[in-house]
Design a protein around this ligand. Structure first.
Ligand code: SF4
Length: 325
């Protein structure tokens, strides 16, 4: 295996809140000491409840947020604290597909202007070359004929068409890496599949590396080669998708799998065990394993005292749980 596309070592992002003249500020530990790699052309899905830190992690990797600690390497280059011209290099190589196709397009821009803007910012091509790139990008997301869609405004498009425009805009700079943040969560079920198919095509045809952020394990299973599970700012399990779904090692992953809706209508209303309690506060997370207040097999004197580290228990399959074996 060659050099990884993305490599994170101990990446940490805390947000400061409160504080004042006589009060010390508090810290929301949104992402805490996360290490992982993503290979070129690979899709890693990051799964967890809302508030687990997955979106903050994606935005920090892209340097849309300043990391608090740790290191980010992209294509062999340390990008943790890049500034100005060097950051522009990263902006060209790594893009984001946001969740909301409604708010992520400027309503006053026609599609061709929305797609041309990144090319202009990065000084790429003359007018004719930029036009051709716009048509190719629209074609690659199946908005055909592209000349027809190029002159439409966002309000003239359906939700699925808008999200295709967002994908085309992310692709227009030929990036090597995409963070797709819940890219289909706001779309109708019928449209979701077609957008996921387009993303898969882009990954396979262009060898783009993806970090696919989702709360939905079933989507992750179809889209990603590997899945990472986040809980309260920590990466608690990561492995090849088959291994993780058929033999989950962490009690939290097991609970997420239990909660996947059953496609069999006979079983649809079967009682499913709900995970008790709420996720912990990220300002004062519990000592030891952050999952221990909700864990059905937590061991007193161990899980509430000692933080479990990620261990490789199967080939490529890591878990942070004292009791997993
Ligand atoms: Fe549960 Fe303990 Fe494992 Fe945490 S370390 S998941 S509390 S058994």
């Amino acid at each position: 295996m060659g050099e990884p596309l993305v490599s994170l070592t101990g990446l940490t992002k805390w947000f400061e809140i409160g504080g004042g003249m006589f009060r010390r500020p508090l810290h929301v530990r949104a992402v805490d000491d996360v290490s992982l790699v993503i290979q070129r052309g690979e899709t890693l899905a990051l799964v967890g409840e809302s508030g687990s830190g997955k979106t903050t992690l994606g935005r920090t990797i892209l340097r849309l947020l300043e990391p608090t600690d740790g290191e980010i390497q992209f294509a062999g280059k340390i990008v943790t604290h890049l500034k100005d011209k060097d950051l522009k290099w990263l902006r060209r190589k790594a893009q984001m597909i946001p969740q909301d196709p409604y708010s992520s397009l400027n309503p006053t821009y026609p599609v061709n202007k929305a797609l041309e803007e990144p090319l202009v910012i990065h000084g790429l091509g003359n007018r004719q070359e930029r036009w051709e790139r716009i048509l190719t990008a629209l074609d690659s997301v199946h908005l055909t004929p592209p000349e027809f869609f190029a002159h439409k405004y966002p309000h003239m498009l359906s939700g699925g068409q808008r999200q295709r425009v967002v994908v085309a805009r992310a692709m227009i700079l030929d990036p090597e890496f995409i963070v797709a943040d819940e890219p289909v969560s706001m779309l109708d079920a019928s449209v979701k599949v077609s957008i996921l198919r387009i993303l898969k095509e882009i990954q396979e045809n262009l060898g783009v590396g993806f970090l696919h952020i989702t709360h939905d394990l079933a989507t992750a299973h179809h889209f990603a080669e590997r899945i990472g599970i986040m809980y309260a700012g920590k990466l608690v399990e990561m492995g090849p998708h088959e291994s993780l779904l058929t033999e989950p090692l962490h009690p939290y992953t097991q609970a997420l799998i239990e909660a996947i809706p059953d496609p069999d209508p006979e079983n649809r209303f079967r009682e499913r065990p709900a995970l008790p309690g709420e996720p912990p506060s990220l300002v004062n997370p519990p000592a030891g394993c952050r999952f221990h207040p909700r864990c059905p097999i937590a061991r007193e004197g161990l899980c509430d005292v000692e933080e479990p580290l990620l261990r490789e228990l199967r080939p490529g399959h890591f878990v942070a749980c004292h009791l997993a074996e």
